[in-house]
Design a protein around this ligand. Structure first.
Ligand SMILES: NC(=O)c1ccc[n+]([C@@H]2O[C@H](COP(=O)([O-])OP(=O)(O)OC[C@H]3O[C@@H](n4cnc5c(N)ncnc54)[C@H](OP(=O)(O)O)[C@@H]3O)[C@@H](O)[C@H]2O)c1
Length: 334
């Protein structure tokens, strides 16, 4: 089967400036953490990538360890890039990361210069790329000097293997320090990638202010709380869902009666807005202009399409926002 990108692919997507950089990212980006690995169905994820590109999703997010097995999402993505997207590399922002366990021994984990730069070489090889657009430190390393991790990111850019750098999962104080170190090195931090959804709101306790203050973009990962913020678990755990699969990162024990009651209340609220719960959860994040992009996952084209419809209703009345806060009951105190 051959693929021709839709000619109207930029018609409906809006792009937000990433911090104070020259880059704009689509309001919805696609992540390849789950559903693109060696255990998944090639023709299914190939079609998800086609649909993403056809709808203006220019940003695709990977990491060295995505799979399973680790590395296989990058390999599969590389095959599809070559087969289907050969002339379109310059229309894409492709990111990868290193920071979680990737190979045996003391050099295949955390934040050393040795690990980050060797891992980036491996990622480029797996994807068949000369460079990535964004290279991330995937998590802070409490034992490696922050200067060493940040200098590895700077080197990646100096070596022409990454155009921009980012940090992920860094708490506000460490993010502020990392951004300053990068700035002094002449390689500014483009973006921070934190976990952020209606159910997980730690970024509101200071990180968003730091990012705004320092002109760094924010891409929110797991915006649907891995699928919890959809209608899929309201009537039990489907066997083909992330919570139902053996290799899924979502534990079925997370789905408590209390959470289900909350999700049902949110679902009722979404229905009143003529949206699915997934759409409302995405729109709720995009209401903050400091959120550059919402980084979703999808196991089917239908899910991707459902999520994209979030973009047709992104505004909330004060009453709706108040009603959502009273359901969530998790607003951080400033
Ligand atoms: N930096 C980090 O440390 C980090 C960590 C995690 C993720 N990420 C990035 O963030 C990306 C997204 O994370 P995520 O996959 O957890 O995001 P998510 O959007 O919260 O969850 C995606 C999952 O929710 C379900 N889903 C999506 N849309 C749906 C819909 N409309 N209706 C019903 N179910 C739907 C699917 O699960 P089913 O399989 O159940 O269908 C899908 O795989 C990752 O791919 C990765 O790029 C980064």
């Amino acid at each position: 089967m051959s693929y021709q990108p839709a000619t109207n692919r930029y018609q409906n997507m809006e792009y937000r400036r990433c911090g104070v950089s020259g880059i704009r990212l689509p309001e919805i980006s696609l992540g390849l953490w789950h559903n693109f690995g060696g255990v998944d169905v090639f023709e299914n994820f190939r079609k998800i990538l086609w649909r993403a590109f056809d709808t203006g999703i220019t940003h695709l997010d990977l990491a060295n360890n995505y799979g399973p097995p680790p590395g296989s999402a990058e390999e599969n993505f590389g095959i599809i890039l070559k087969k289907d997207f050969a002339g379109y590399r310059d229309e894409m922002i492709i990111s990868t990361k290193a920071g979680f366990t990737m190979w045996d021994g003391p050099y295949g984990d955390w934040g050393s210069r040795k690990y980050l730069l060797s891992s980036l070489d491996q990622s480029l090889k797996r994807m068949g790329l000369d460079y990535v657009d964004i290279f991330y430190s995937h998590r802070p390393d409490p034992e490696t000097p922050l200067e060493e991790t940040m200098s590895a990111l700077t080197s990646a850019v100096q070596q022409g293997k990454a155009l921009y750098v980012g940090i992920s999962n860094y708490p506000a104080d460490l993010a502020a320090k990392a951004v300053e170190i990068l700035k002094a090195s002449g390689t500014p931090c483009l973006i921070h990638q934190p976990k952020y959804s209606m159910l997980v709101r730690w970024v509101e306790e200071g990180l968003m202010d730091v990012l705004q203050d320092k002109g760094v973009g924010c891409i929110a990962f797991s915006p649907l709380a891995q699928g919890l913020l959809t209608n899929k678990y309201l009537k039990g755990i489907p066997s083909d869902s992330r919570a139902g699969k053996e290799h899924g990162a979502l534990q079925s024990s997370a789905i408590t009666p209390e959470l289900l009651a909350q999700l049902q209340a949110l679902q009722n609220m979404a229905e009143r807005r003529n949206q699915s719960l997934a759409q409302m959860a995405i729109a709720w994040l995009l209401k903050d202009p400091r959120v550059t992009s919402v980084l979703i996952g999808a196991s089917s084209v239908a899910q991707l399409d459902d999520n994209l419809h979030a973009l047709s209703n992104k505004s909330f009345s004060v009453e709706e926002l108040d009603a959502i806060e009273s359901i969530l009951a998790n607003k951080p105190n400033h």
